[in-house]
Write a protein that binds this ligand. Structure first.
Ligand code: HEM
Length: 560
């Protein structure tokens, strides 16, 4: 009673309100928390101090420099990369360490331990669930083992007819744009979504009442929201994000995206129960290409010996390069066929988990290749002399024939492949890779040690433009990928598909599909482009794109 009346007296005192008491206690509590927080991070702060990097303000660090649009942020980071090869940057309490030395990158990417994605990937969770891109630990290991063989070259060869059919359909759509200046990215996005549906997912694009275009647009807008959450600190906590308009927009976009994934899954399961295996998409008459040739077998033989296939994986063998003998007949299935078969045969994978993997492959498999092919076309338009060599190669392989490209033809597209690799060097669709570092790691360069608890950012874009690795690093020069030039380069100095155990599972799929799609386009058109590379407005919202659009003009090729 006494206490109650005492409290009452204090609270009714004109100068001591409940609010005053709250602030009176809050301030020391905050100071105590800050001191505790600093003490608990002493080790990280000490190791971070050894790194070079831009000076920041107390508490907020360098946050103000990363507050602009995605184009501004990209420019800030790129400009800093000239000042600092390795840099520590504080975004409020968060420590980011940027690496651009291939020797340091190798330590991280080749490791089977440092495979955890940065916390920022959690923003993908409502969309991709626990799919391959963001999962970790035993879930990731089990699913990676299941999924990697579905992108083996022997599976991919079976997709060539569908790659051709869809590439021809794209050419017919593009024909209507002849003479106009237009953004080719929309066409590339639609094509890459539809190709994925018909190949890796094995369903006909015609069974979807929603077009690949709507899906691609929803994915693009979802990436915008995720990018906002990465760069605007107030959108990071879920409870604050949920109060904003973006939450509602995200829900609508995810409903478009997930409705396609569920439809794909249902359609594939229906086919499975009817005993249908393989893609249900029809290959138009006249598209079917020749079976294996001598050249094909020779190159495949080389590939199983040393991973020599599609230039970018020279000398390194990973889980996509398993020998034919390691992959039993049963396992040689396309992605979704295998997922469904596995779930029916007692392998513990639920429908929800399959759906998360479908979402992951659909996202990773379309937006990346759409960006790569759009950059490729812009660069062709800007370099007529290089384009002429691509045309010459096409004429040498196909003559005057308009036959579809066979797998063996793609192996002969050596110059086009070099142009593609050079495009991925200058404009890697995934411009950075981020990891959560759980233990201190000694780096190879500069005597630095990465502190446990930091977020590591591998600057692929900058690594690809290091003057000590690539002479004239900003110049588009496909000869950078001549065998004699690649032979002496550090393997981790070209990592558009990442590398090591968490490398891109779809890299061979991507290269084969891009070769068929781009060769079909190049056989039919001359590409023109007026905006010089120095005026490209690069923006890195998850996938590297041009903020100003991928503007090109097409003219029909007279030889066809
Ligand atoms: C030019 C095209 C592509 C590029 C440049 C690319 C690049 C990458 C990169 C850099 C990563 C690692 C990301 C990270 O660690 O944060 C990655 C992972 C991944 N990519 Fe690709 N990708 C491409 C095409 C594809 C395709 C066509 C597919 C599937 C059909 C695919 C499926 C995946 C998956 C599932 C992962 C996660 C792998 C794992 O964590 O185990 N990608 N990709």
């Amino acid at each position: 009673m006494l206490g109650f009346s005492g409290n009452q007296r204090i609270l009714s005192h004109p100068d001591i309100s409940a609010t005053n008491i709250f602030y009176f206690l809050l301030i020391p509590a905050l100071i105590l928390w800050y001191v505790y927080w600093c003490l608990s991070r002493r080790h990280m702060i000490k190791l971070a101090k050894a790194f070079p990097g831009p000076k920041g303000y107390p508490i907020i660090g360098n946050i103000l420099e990363f507050a602009g649009s995605s184009i501004d942020i990209f420019r800030t980071i790129y400009n800093y990369s000239f000042q600092y090869e390795t840099a520590a940057v504080w975004i409020g309490p968060k420590l980011l360490i940027f690496l651009t030395d291939p020797r340091d990158v190798e330590i991280i990417l080749s490791s089977h331990v440092h495979i955890d994605k940065a916390r920022e990937y959690r923003f993908f969770q409502p969309w991709l669930g626990n799919g391959l891109l963001i999962s970790t630990g035993s879930t990731w290991r089990t699913h990676r083992k299941l999924i990697a063989p579905t992108f083996h070259l022997n599976v991919l060869k079976g997709f060539v007819n569908l790659f051709n059919a869809n590439s021809r359909a794209t050419v017919e759509k593009l024909r209507k744009e002849c003479g106009n200046t237009f953004d080719c990215h929309d066409y590339m996005s639609e094509a890459t979504v539809e190709i994925l549906l018909e190949t890796a997912m094995g369903v006909s694009k015609k069974t979807q009442d929603q077009s690949g275009y709507d899906y691609a647009m929803a994915v693009m807008k979802m990436c915008d929201i995720l990018h906002l959450r990465h760069t605007k600190i107030w959108l990071r906590p879920d409870w604050l994000f949920n109060l904003t308009k973006y939450r509602k927009v995200q829900e609508t976009l995810l409903s478009t995206i997930h409705s396609l994934t569920w439809k794909v899954l249902k359609s594939k399961k229906d086919a499975f129960y009817k005993g249908i295996r393989g893609s249900t998409a029809q290959v138009p008459i006249g598209i079917v290409t020749d079976k294996s040739t001598e050249l094909e077998s020779k190159v495949l033989e080389q590939s199983s010996e040393g991973g020599v296939i599609f230039g970018q994986s020279v000398g390194i063998k990973d889980d996509l390069d398993v020998d034919d003998n390691d992959v039993g007949e049963k396992k040689r299935m396309a992605f979704l066929d295998l997922m469904i078969e596995a779930s029916q045969n007692g392998i513990m994978i639920t429908d929800e988990e399959i759906k998360e993997q479908v979402d992951t492959i659909m996202f990773e498999g379309h937006d990346t290749t759409a960006a790569a092919s759009s950059f490729f076309l812009c660069l062709m338009g800007l370099h007529p002399e290089i384009q002429a060599k691509v045309h010459k190669e096409m004429d040498t392989i196909f003559g005057n024939s308009d036959r579809p490209a066979s797998f063996a033809d793609t192996l002969e597209m050596k110059y086009l492949e070099r142009c593609l690799l050079e495009t991925l060097r200058l404009y890697p669709p995934v411009p950075i890779i981020a990891r959560e570092i759980k233990e201190d790691i000694k780096l190879a360069s500069g005597g630095y040690t990465l502190p446990a608890g930091c977020t590591l950012v591998i600057g692929t874009f900058k690594i690809h433009r290091r003057a000590d690795i690539y002479p004239n690093p900003d110049v588009y020069d496909p000869d950078n990928f001549l065998p004699e030039r690649t032979a002496n380069r550090h393997y981790y100095s070209f990592i558009p598909f990442s590398a090591g155990p968490r490398s891109c599972v779809g890299r061979k799929y991507a290269m084969l599909k891009l070769k068929v799609l781009l060769s079909t386009i190049m056989r039919n058109f001359v590409v023109k482009s007026e905006i010089p590379e120095s005026d490209f407005q690069l923006q890195a919202d998850i996938i590297l794109k041009r903020g100003d659009g991928f503007k090109v003009r097409l003219e029909p090729r007279s030889t066809n």
